[in-house]
Write a protein of this length. Sequence first.
Length: 391
Amino acid sequence: MKILIANPGSTSYKCKFYNAENMEILFQAVVEKIGQSDAIFRYAFKGEKETKNNLEIKDYYSAVDMTLSALNEKYSTSDIAAVGFKTVHAKGISGCVELTDEVIDAMKEYRPLAPVHTDVYLTAISIFKDLLKTVPLVGLFETHFHSNIPPEAFMYGIPYEYYEKHGIRKYGFHGASHRYIALRAKELYDANKVISCHLGGSSSVCAIKNGVSIDTSMGMSPQCGLINAKRVGDLDSYALLYLMQKEKLSIDDAIEILMTKGGLYGISGIKSGDLRDIELEMEKGNYRAKLAFDTFVYNVKRYIGEYMAILNGADCIVFTAGGGQNSILLRRKITENMENLGVLLDEQKNEMNPKEGLISSNNSSVKIAIIPTNEEFIVASEVKKFLDNKN
């Protein structure tokens, strides 16, 4: 059984073709700068040198079609048992499901909660339905890993009827990433109580016990929780209403601020929400860049503290995603002054910035680790289970 995992972005597209029996990657491709004349197309088959081309790629359809044509150099379309997607959100639907018209409609219903992500996936799904008419399309929703969060953790303090009528509650996201971290931390360190810190352009923290999500920082939408690159994260609902009143903002105006003008970008004022750019500006003495960084650090630390209380301690704190895996300074600042919680960083190990491994002191009762996430692996595994159960 072979499964193609599609990972669409706003101006990029990635895919991996798995042998689902042993999870070997047979083919992978990346398309960047879609819609531009200097787009980049890279692909490679297992054990072979990467092929790279710079060319004009007009639209998303062309990008997907190009990757399928490259795949066809060695494999036939009939070899694809299914195309898997790391879908985000759908009203009343979670888990790993076939992307039927009913599921698509449910995704559209919750589109306002994650419009950028959902639009990209809807576009990609429609393209695959046109190009691969007989191949089943399967989505693993990011909310699925958090489906066992207890009611006291997912309920909001609103009239109960709105939870029943509209499904207003915490759902959580980055599910494939946090699930992989739970599996890998157990495999490497026999860790049962894990705090997974997925820190990048989009960030969240998850409390995991025995491989199950107990709580997570994101809410009904990816907007809640940590500040992100440009999303505001946790915000007093009345503060938003007050702002809308004072600035005479429409709902669309407010949405634009919440999604594209907040977070690290909004606090720093440097026209970038990338942690790498924030750190560079800090080195120049930029006060607002440091304030953005410190605010992010404080909130990650706060969630770690909350989840250590909920889990009654932790076996392992894991850093993953772009910032978590690569920023020496970020990891140092998050873990400092946590000695009384049994969290002790080894500065030398942290400075070495291992691709994967422990960076905690030998005297730390809580392990601190870097683990690269692998969301495609989780999606491919779950799609395989779905197909096995269907057959």
